[in-house]
Design a protein around this ligand. Structure first.
Ligand SMILES: O=c1ccn([C@@H]2O[C@H](COP(=O)(O)O)[C@@H](O)[C@H]2O)c(=O)[nH]1
Length: 285
């Protein structure tokens, strides 16, 4: 059987449904706002309602693993069912789990998420390069083998990030080095490479501009839209010519519209539509 690379599958999904990556983050405050318990049963109801709403309209849905893991095996079982619901509805699943370790441990994590035979198999995962980009090699090899994708942290949306990510070594920032490595991984598959970068929709683009080309031949996940303050204008300013590669990511802003399925779906469409226009070059300036 031919394995279709993640980058190719993503491009087709974005053409069909637009670039929005909606998050499923069962925050305690959201569980309460939806009238649910802050417990495993509440997370089950929350996540599967969100999956029912978002799985049919979004190209990519990003469950945040931490909010499931905090309820132990019951939470992880819910995550498995949520992933299955989303994939059955036609969405690509990006599991936000920010893994990264060394050698055989990285391989075990890669197998856990990117081997289609694993209980928690997804289309792509977020990974951390801060043990050295080379430590991600097992993820890269496993993703290539199974047609999976990676989103590597480069310029994250949190205000503490520049302390590490903007640090300069041999004239290159850490983030620039990560982006260089991703460009090299995508070289044979650009513009539909399977190896993406995480670049927040909240960053100071001027800082990042110095030597950090966002033209990596693969997707750019831009979390921070909505609750963290990131806007369409920020995405235009930060990403410039690379805007067509951006997957704007938003969780709380959309989830706050629940628990009504139609309202959740409408919120995702309303948040996503201006970004689809930006990608297509039809957004008003
Ligand atoms: O740089 C990053 C990387 C990941 N995230 C994750 O995205 C969502 C954001 O949720 P909002 O409710 O839209 O703020 C969350 O799961 C983060 O862990 C990020 O925010 N920034």
């Amino acid at each position: 059987m031919t394995t279709v690379p993640f980058g190719v599958r993503l491009a087709a999904a974005v053409d069909a449904r637009g670039p929005l990556c909606a998050g499923i983050d069962p925050h305690p405050a959201l569980l309460e706002a939806w009238g649910l318990g802050v417990d495993a049963a509440g997370v089950e109801r929350f996540a599967r309602t969100a999956a029912e709403a978002l799985g049919q309209v979004c190209s990519v849905v990003k469950p945040q693993s931490a909010f499931f893991e905090r309820f132990g095996s019951a939470g992880v079982a819910t995550l498995e069912r949520t992933v299955a619901d989303l994939r059955a509805a036609g969405a690509l699943v990006l599991l936000d789990v920010k893994r990264g370790d060394i050698g055989s441990t990285s391989q075990a994590y890669a197998d856990a998420y990117l081997d289609p035979a694993a209980p928690l198999a997804v289309d792509a995962v977020t990974v951390s390069p801060f043990l050295g980009f080379g430590s991600l090699e097992p993820f890269v090899t496993t993703a290539r083998r199974h047609g999976g994708g990676l989103f590597v942290l480069a310029r994250t949306s949190n205000p503490e990030a520049p302390q590490v990510q903007a640090a300069v070594r041999e004239g290159r920032s850490v983030a620039a080095t990560v982006l260089d490595e991703l460009r090299a991984l995508n070289a044979d598959a650009a513009p539909h490479g399977s190896f993406g970068a995480v670049v927040g929709a909240t960053i100071d683009g001027a800082d990042a501009a110095a030597g950090e080309s966002l033209d990596i031949g693969g997707p750019l996940l831009a979390p921070g839209v909505g609750a963290q303050g990131g806007t369409l204008e920020d995405v235009r300013r930060i990403f410039g010519a690379a805007a067509p590669a951006v997957l704007p990511a938003s969780s709380r802003e959309i989830l706050a519209a629940g628990p009504d399925v139609a309202a959740l779906r409408a919120a995702a469409v309303a948040v996503g539509e201006p970004f689809r226009a930006l990608r297509d070059g039809t957004a008003p300036r």
